[in-house]
Write a protein of this length. Structure first.
Length: 267
């Protein structure tokens, strides 16, 4: 049985967790109030939240530290900040990318009968934002919303292929071996990424999962920067080197088509 001290620590921890959740809920409510009203005084915010004015002031200060709200004059009225636009812009850009890429990815999945994934660079990972399963694919893991290691995937290597070596060393994160085939040596990875930059595509075989092979190519925005990666993946027994050579023209065409839809024109 737990002693009184352990019970006390547990109760204290639960109280802190509940308090943190309550603070987050109140902060989000402030954003909703400002979205509805346009602007409001701290006293008005406090009244609507049902809290003391000092509590509302601390919450407003925390939001202001992240540019989510702004208070032009000291003790003045509060309104939404530019941080909201930054978050909305990132979400909008991602939704636009999915919308523009979806018909191309559907065609690619139909042409290859394999799974097609669309990924963007996340926080030291590849974030999978869309997936289309080929018509003859019986089962496929749903990667959408998953953060996947950069070093062990074709999408990841494409996404970091135009970063500087210094930026890559920070972005790789921990070079974990997921299978016996996972490349974890930094120098070898640099050589492989240089090869990706030269060839315009990446291949990863049995590195994240034994039996899984994927081929990826870059998607570029209107400025010519890599903004995403599109890949074709399937069982390694089916996607051997000869099959990779068959898939490449279709994959590169699809990546180019998505890039064109985003406004990129090859010089």
């Amino acid at each position: 049985m737990r002693n009184d001290a352990e019970s006390g620590r547990s109760a204290s921890g639960d109280a802190r967790t509940q308090g943190a959740v309550q603070s987050v809920d109140r902060a989000l409510t402030i954003l909703e109030i400002l979205a509805r009203a346009g602007e409001a005084g701290v006293g008005e915010v406090a009244a609507e939240l049902g809290v003391h004015k000092s509590t509302a002031s601390r919450l407003v200060a925390a939001l202001a530290a992240h540019d989510l709200v702004e208070q032009p004059a000291e003790r003045g009225r509060v309104r939404l900040g530019i941080g909201i636009l930054r978050l909305a812009g990132a979400t909008s850009a991602r939704l636009d990318l999915v919308q523009e890429a979806r018909p191309v990815c559907r065609l690619l999945a139909s042409q290859t009968n394999e799974t097609v994934n669309l990924a963007v660079l996340g926080d030291r990972s590849a974030l999978y934002i869309d997936q289309v399963i080929g018509p003859s694919t019986i089962t496929s893991y749903n990667w959408v919303g998953q953060h996947i290691p950069l070093h062990a995937t074709s999408n990841g290597r494409v996404l970091v292929s135009e970063l500087t070596p210094e930026e890559r060393r920070v972005t790789w994160g921990e070079l974990t071996a997921y299978t016996d085939s996972t490349v974890t040596d930094p120098d070898t990875l640099e050589e492989m990424v240089a090869d990706v930059h030269t060839r315009g595509y990446a291949v990863a075989r049995d590195e994240l999962d034994v039996g899984l092979t994927a081929v990826a190519a870059p998607v570029r925005n209107a400025h010519g920067e890599i903004c995403a990666s599109v890949s074709v993946s399937g069982p390694s027994f089916r996607i051997d080197q000869a099959r990779v050579e068959e898939l490449l023209p279709l994959l590169l065409q699809a990546a180019g088509d998505v890039s064109a839809r985003l406004g990129w024109h090859r010089a």
